[in-house]
Design a protein around this ligand. Structure first.
Ligand code: PEP
Ligand code: CO
Length: 448
């Protein structure tokens, strides 16, 4: 767009900024942001570039993107066991997709920074009491009291520290031997081992074990990074633009700007206005960018977004994460794919089968049905096959915990069981067993 002014890391401030907290005291916010701007980056430009190179392969079907994690991370869950469980289930899904699906998998966690949430309303009213909505642990607390719901900018600093500790442990796990392929069997979650999914997984793990043993036997070295290490990239919704700006730095080797709060950032369905602040901010940093696309999208508007966010049509720069809902996808996805193909856009197409399939169960719990999730994924693949475009990835809300938040799956969780272990502070997540089940289903689709 020729009319766009020059970008700088603060130029978003001249546009309308949606979904920001009403901080009670501006000077306190500046103090925190100035402090954050002096702290070290969480990720490095070189890592961000390697993610972009990998995503460029997903554009043409030579790799597959697996993005997933909590809807909203909680500070209280920044513990070694919780981080390990999330990593474990991501690694298990990735191994299923790689081995059974036959494609290299790019692992991107909704992790180490997914602490801020967009909300449909600024306030929440319970029994006549109205308080600010909970906007994620980096903004305020979920407990419904006046004190806890007051947005507190110091929580952004805490968020940075929580992201740093999470990343530190993830780097140790992924590089230090925990993710080595000879441990594939050991990753099977305790509660999953006894299930049909756990058994399928174990069979696959044994085959990998045998392959590694065979390589050893005939003298092919397996003490190599490809076998002993892996890489988990980080991502979150770039919502709090003050925080993102404070972590945006110039790469000294290239002179380019990168948002060093995570490798990949995405723009949510509620903040993707072409003239809005979120698009303005993200168009100027060179990270891979995701954009959520809901069922009400306007085709011309999406094309403008693509032009603004990826003017050079660079492969790997832009991932469109469609979240259309199982009842809309068959109608809503093909026109988008057709137009993108006609225009020759380089896009990673990713399917978020979670966000448009949410409903409230009779018990009052916000939930999603495993079958609806699977239906949306199946329709996503079928639409790509018939349009001749490439299904490049999937985007999940999931956890390694044995939660009961989504209905269905091999263990067939029913409405009445949702209360048994419903832990999410935002949207319902697939548990480890449901995540593994969906991975096996997707592996079949990738292979065909
Ligand atoms: C999310 O991914 O948690 C989210 C809020 O999604 P969307 O912007 O697609 O509604
Ligand atoms: Co969500």
């Amino acid at each position: 767009m020729a009319s766009r002014k020059e970008w700088n890391k603060s130029s978003w401030q001249e546009q309308q900024v949606l979904q920001q907290p009403n901080w009670p005291n501006e000077p306190d916010v500046y103090k925190v942001l100035n402090n954050l701007a002096t702290l070290p980056p969480l990720v490095f430009a070189g890592e961000i570039r390697s993610l972009k190179d990998l995503l460029a392969k997903a554009v043409v079907g030579e790799a597959f993107l697996l993005q997933g994690g909590d809807c909203s991370e909680n500070f209280s869950d920044v513990t070694a066991p919780k981080i390990r469980e999330t990593l474990k289930v991501m690694l298990q899904m990735a191994i299923v997709l790689t081995y059974a699906g036959g494609k290299p998998v790019i692992k991107v966690g909704r992790i180490a920074g997914q602490f801020a949430k967009p909300r449909s309303s600024d306030t929440e009213t319970i029994e006549g009491v109205t308080l600010p909505s909970y906007r994620g642990d980096m903004v305020n607390h979920a407990e419904f009291t006046e004190e806890m719901r007051q947005p507190n900018p110091k929580l952004m600093l805490k968020g940075y520290n929580m992201a740093a500790s999470t990343l530190n442990l993830l780097r140790a796990f992924t590089r230090g031997g925990y993710a080595a392929l000879d441990r594939v069997q050991a990753w099977n979650q305790e509660f999953v081992v006894q299930s049909p999914m756990g058994r399928s997984y174990n069979r696959l793990a044994k085959q990998i074990d045998n392959a590694i043993r065979f390589m050893n036997t005939i003298g092919i070295p397996t003490d190599i990074p490809q076998v002993n290490q892996t890489q988990l990239f980080t991502s979150h919704e770039a919502l709090l633009l003050g925080y993102e700006e404070a972590l945006t730095r110039v790469d000294s080797t290239t002179g380019d700007w990168y948002d060093c709060s995570a490798h990949m950032l995405w723009i949510g369905e509620r903040t993707r206005q072409v003239d809005g602040a979120h698009v303005e901010f993200l168009r100027g940093v060179l990270n891979p960018i995701g954009v959520k696309v809901g069922p009400e999208y306007d085709l011309d508007n999406i094309k403008k977004l693509i032009d603004v966010l990826n003017p050079d049509n660079e492969p790997g720069r832009l991932t469109l994460i469609t979240r259309l809902g199982m009842s809309n996808i068959e109608k809503a996805l093909p026109p988008l794919l057709r137009e993108a193909k006609k225009e020759g856009y380089n896009i990673v197409w990713s399917c978020d089968p979670m966000h448009a399939n949410t409903y409230t169960a009779e018990s009052g719990h916000k939930t999603r049905n495993f079958n609806d999730i699977l239906s949306e994924i199946t329709c996503f693949f079928e639409a790509h096959w018939s349009e001749g475009t490439v299904p490049g990835g999937v985007h999940f809300e999931m956890t390694g915990d044995n939660v009961t938040e989504c209905i269905g799956g091999a263990r067939n969780i029913i409405d009445d069981e949702l209360q048994n272990n419903y832990l999410t502070s935002c949207d319902p997540r697939l548990n480890a067993e449901q995540s593994l089940e969906v991975a096996f289903q997707i592996a079949d689709m990738i292979r065909s």
